[in-house]
Design a protein around this ligand. Structure first.
Ligand SMILES: [Zn+2]
Length: 555
């Protein structure tokens, strides 16, 4: 019988297993995994003030999960030698980064390390780092020595049992992930701000980041190459005066929480004082930063395929061609694959700043880069400033002593009462409003125009939803963003200001940004479509997508 013969084979297999070898192999690997975790995972956890049970759970999870990585390397002694010595040594370097330089284990850290040249790095190399490298390498060498001298792996029939055990360990190691992830977010609010990173397990995180780094680099090179094949368009500066065109792009700001648009709370006193002209509705290109920003900064149209922006001119291309000095200044980072869209478009500008070194806390700190751009000799300037604006975590966007509405949302977004969530959110808008006022003060004596918008809106409990995300364009709270324009007195002298006043009731989309910046700056180019230009009488109102929209009840 087939079943009997299988049974016999299994019995034969188990009776042939050398239990002594299996036991010795297993204990060797277990000690290695535990020691590694104690050396590199537990100290990393120390940075996050975790509670006792989470600490223990995390340690167990790290051992259960990464046992299999060591096990696979273990099967061939030369692979083991290379893998173990390299992993320990590299982890020693990472330990230095998180213990002494307070960097997280995210892809950003890896990109910084691998983009740093040796001269810069020599400033970081000190006795502590050398000691950590040396001690880590030594432990790796000791394990390699034991593996060569005392560990017998063959016959491979023994290994099937350990492989089976390591799979079971891996499965158990993955189960508490959801819990830890949630806990991580909870803790993040309180403790992770300085790290800007996620809590991760070594060595898997290290290898995941290596993989991402290589993949991202290939992708990035490819995309940059594609972009470079675009030649600057034909564009001529039609005006003989010096113009400063500023575009402030907030994040996750919904139109209906602006007092200037009829919101009951006074969130925009300065916009009103400075006579910003506000369109009540602008439909967002998409509902996440990653997708929306490349779309709105280029001639890509709403609802086009998401990578269409790669084939389109950006506002930087056009303004550059018209003789402007162009800049992109961002309070956000551009270090993960997700940021590549905006990184590639920003790369068209002359001056680029991303907050990759976390030197910018509040958005207003971007002003030092604004001033730097303003100091450039070229009198015509395009300045695009990307804020963190009203993006979660709201509480990190403003000084709590100056908060107008309290209590604030005290815990993770999915937990706090909606009224607290809204308090926190509305306080972020006040902060952005203040920043707009500072810019007005800086620009009021020049010929300047400020455009103001956001990449997408935000759910604040409607239908039980919070935050934002893909495929929410049909949700008004997320899909509708503000669009407002300010003219300095000198800029008002041309008649565009009057034209915009007459256009305010028209419904526009993110597509209008590219054409309005160009159109209002009086740049002549055949790329300009006046049906999308708020400074043109020809501006066309798009159909109302929310005519009978009723927000879902808040919960
Ligand atoms: Zn965003």
């Amino acid at each position: 019988m087939a079943i009997n013969s299988i049974k016999m084979k299994i019995n034969k297999y188990f009776s042939n297993i050398d239990k002594r070898i299996v036991f010795k192999n297993f204990i060797f690997l277990l000690i290695l995994t535990i020691l590694y975790s104690l050396m590199f995972n537990i100290p990393y956890l120390n940075n996050f003030n975790y509670s006792g049970p989470v600490f223990v759970l995390f340690f167990i999870v790290s051992v259960l999960r990464d046992f299999i990585i060591w096990y696979i390397a273990f099967l061939n002694r030369w692979i083991f030698a290379f893998f173990t010595i390299f992993t320990f040594t590299a982890s020693g370097g990472l330990k230095y980064l998180y213990d002494y330089v307070h960097m997280g284990l995210n892809i950003g850290t890896f990109e910084i390390v691998f983009s740093t040249n040796m001269i810069e790095a020599s400033g970081v190399i000190n006795p502590t780092l050398i000691f950590l490298f040396a001690i880590s390498a030594l432990i790796g060498i000791i394990f390699t020595f034991i593996r060569f001298k005392y560990i017998q792996v063959k016959p491979y029939s023994n290994q099937l049992l350990i492989f089976f055990i390591s799979i079971v360990m891996l499965i158990f190691g993955l189960i508490p992930d959801t819990y830890l992830r949630h806990e991580k977010k909870m803790q993040r609010i309180e403790n992770l701000a300085a790290y800007g990173s996620d809590l991760e397990i070594l060595p898997e995180k290290m290898y995941e980041n290596f993989y991402q780094l290589i993949r991202n680099n290939i992708m990035l090179r490819y995309m940059f190459h594609q972009r470079q094949t675009i030649q600057l368009p034909d564009a001529v500066n039609n005006s003989d005066s010096d113009k400063i065109i500023v575009f402030i792009l907030s994040d996750a700001l919904r139109a209906d929480h602006l007092h200037i648009n009829g919101y009951e709370r006074q969130t925009t006193p300065y916009m009103e004082k400075n006579n910003f002209l506000s369109f009540k509705e602008m439909y967002a290109c998409e509902t996440s930063t990653t997708r929306s920003v490349p779309c709105l900064l280029t001639d890509m149209r709403r609802r086009e395929e998401r990578y269409q922006f790669l084939n389109e001119y950006s506002i930087f291309n056009v303004f550059k061609a018209a003789g402007y000095y162009t800049s992109f200044i961002s309070a956000q980072t551009a270090i993960s694959t997700a940021d590549y869209g905006q990184l590639i478009v920003a790369n068209d500008a002359d001056y680029i700043f991303f907050n990759n070194d976390y030197s910018i806390g509040y958005d207003k700190e971007l002003l030092k880069h604004f001033d730097e751009v303003m100091a450039n000799d070229n009198k015509n300037k395009l300045i695009v400033m990307q804020l963190n604006g009203s993006h979660w975590d709201y509480n990190t966007r403003f000084n709590h002593d100056e908060a107008l509405w309290k209590p604030l949302c005290g815990s993770f977004a999915l937990d706090c009462p909606v009224s607290h969530l809204v308090n926190s959110y509305d306080n972020t808008i006040v902060e952005t409003d203040k920043l707009l006022n500072t810019l007005v003060e800086k620009l009021k004596d020049k010929e300047a125009i400020i455009f103001f918008s956001a990449d997408h809106g935000q759910s604040l409990g409607e239908g039980g939803l919070r935050l934002h995300g893909h495929e929410r364009l049909h949700i008004k709270e997320v899909g509708v963003v503000p669009f407002a324009v300010w003219f300095s007195d000198k800029a008002k002298e041309d008649n565009n200001f009057g034209i915009i006043q007459n256009n305010l009731n028209k419904i526009i989309t993110h597509d209008a940004i590219f054409h309005s910046l160009i159109g209002c700056a009086d740049i002549k180019t055949n790329l300009l479509d006046n049906s999308l230009n708020v400074c043109s009488k020809e501006l066309v109102s798009v159909p109302n997508e929310f005519e009978n929209y009723k927000a879902k009840p808040v919960k």
